[in-house]
Design a protein around this ligand. Structure first.
Ligand SMILES: Cc1ncc(COP(=O)(O)O)c(C=O)c1O
Length: 391
């Protein structure tokens, strides 16, 4: 039998009609604890995510709504198991605490989400886990860094936040495997619809589900998806021991969002391509960062490993920082705000906002950079908004 396609999995995986009532979407099980039939007699073994334990005991360990989301995300990324967290940062923290020990070393991208850099620089470094920023778009640089000092984890973002650089996942998977490192890919910008890192050889996928997966700017969340069930068990142990699991309502909102991920991503990509082309031809724009442009250094790798080029576009304002900042305040439809991946378009100034924590580091971003999260509004309206803010 043919395997189900992406959109079918997004709507059905982990979301069988409720076994008790037949409700066609998983109900919000807003509950902390579960009645036991005699001590240790847990109900619900094998239902929504409880397949991994012997039934429901306490919602920090397992909850049916969260389990439905986890099963769906595992199916969408082609993983053995997924775990859903209260935020993307909670997912990253759980992963690093599970796989790293004091004395371990991590390679991180020279261009990455500022919060990921902060977690390594301000939290894990204090616990004896060192890190080195490496240009992940250059596989040889990664190989050389591992030869000098082996790492427990090679942490990749592709495309990166906010400079949209692209790393070759399968090349890095080979390099990481040869040196015994885990390859972790933050797939937030692409979403599983556009890119599936596990199929390309990665060991772990990280998501801020706050972004494209949730898709409506109404919920925070994070996820880890793994190919290996043993690692999944270790992560689940840490998640339960430390407690940053997604709550049932948040899991339900995220699951509601993920059903339309495919159609939303198609429109995000279509709009972003037109916007990147317009900006590339604009006299007040010095440089556009979008992997869909033929001039982007990562274009060929992106075309090989992604189904589309995504909805994020960054550019440098030709007139410098002050004009870049002013531009962010002049748009009508692009709302000035942090975050990305929602149906509505957003604009921000990374150096002063999302990436302020990277100031003065190897991950510092240009002061004249503007980042756009291109939404799914009518594209002509978005183009007009940007043109008038650039005037
Ligand atoms: C690429 C990337 N990874 C991780 C995160 C952290 O996710 P959250 O904000 O859900 O904690 C973000 C947030 O912007 C992000 O852009």
């Amino acid at each position: 039998m043919r395997a189900d396609g992406f959109e079918t999995l997004a709507i059905h995986a982990g979301q069988e009609p409720d076994p008790v009532t037949g409700a066609v979407v998983p109900p919000i099980y807003q509950v902390s604890t579960y009645k036991q039939d005699g001590v240790g007699g847990l109900r619900g073994a094998g239902l929504h995510g409880a397949g991994w334990n012997e039934g429901y005991e306490y919602s920090r360990s397992a909850n049916p709504t969260r389990g439905a989301l986890e099963d769906c995300l595992a199916a969408l990324e082609g993983g053995a198991r997924a775990l859903a967290f209260a935020s993307g940062m909670a997912a990253e923290d759980c992963l690093l605490r599970t796989v790293c020990r004091p004395g371990d070393h991590v390679l991180i991208p020279v261009d990455a989400y500022g919060g990921t850099y902060r977690l390594h620089d301000k939290v894990f470094a204090n616990w004896g886990v060192s890190y080195l920023p490496v240009p992940m778009s250059e596989p040889e640089a990664v190989r050389n860094a591992l030869a000098i000092k082996p790492a427990r984890v090679v942490w990749v973002e592709t495309p990166t936040n906010p400079l949209l650089s692209v790393a070759d996942i399968s090349a890095l998977a080979n390099i990481a495997r040869e040196s015994g490192a885990l390859l972790v890919v933050d797939n937030t910008f692409a979403s599983p619809y556009l890119q599936q890192p596990l199929a390309l050889g990665a060991d772990v996928v990280v998501h801020s589900t706050t972004k494209y997966i949730g898709g409506h700017s109404d919920v925070l969340g994070g996820a880890l998806v793994v190919r290996d069930t043993g690692l999944g068990e270790h992560l689940s142990f840490t998640q339960n021991a430390t407690g940053a699991a997604a709550g049932p309502f948040d899991a339900w909102l995220t699951l509601r969002g993920v059903k339309t991920l495919g159609v939303r991503m198609d429109r995000h990509c279509q709009n972003a391509v037109r916007i990147a082309d317009m900006l590339a031809a604009h006299t007040r724009v010095a440089e556009v960062f979008y992997p869909g442009l033929g001039s982007h250094p990562g274009h060929e790798v992106a075309a090989k490993q992604m189904r589309g080029f995504g909805g994020m576009v960054s550019f440098r304002h030709r007139e410098g920082e002050a004009e870049a900042v002013a531009f962010c305040g002049r748009t009508r439809l692009f709302t000035l705000g942090e975050s990305l991946g929602g149906v509505e378009s957003l604009v921000e100034h990374p150096a002063k906002m999302t990436h302020a924590s990277a100031a003065g580091s190897a991950l510092e971003v240009p002061a004249d950079l503007v980042r756009l999260s291109v939404g799914i509004e009518t594209c002509d309206d978005l183009l007009e908004d940007l043109r008038s803010a650039l005037r």
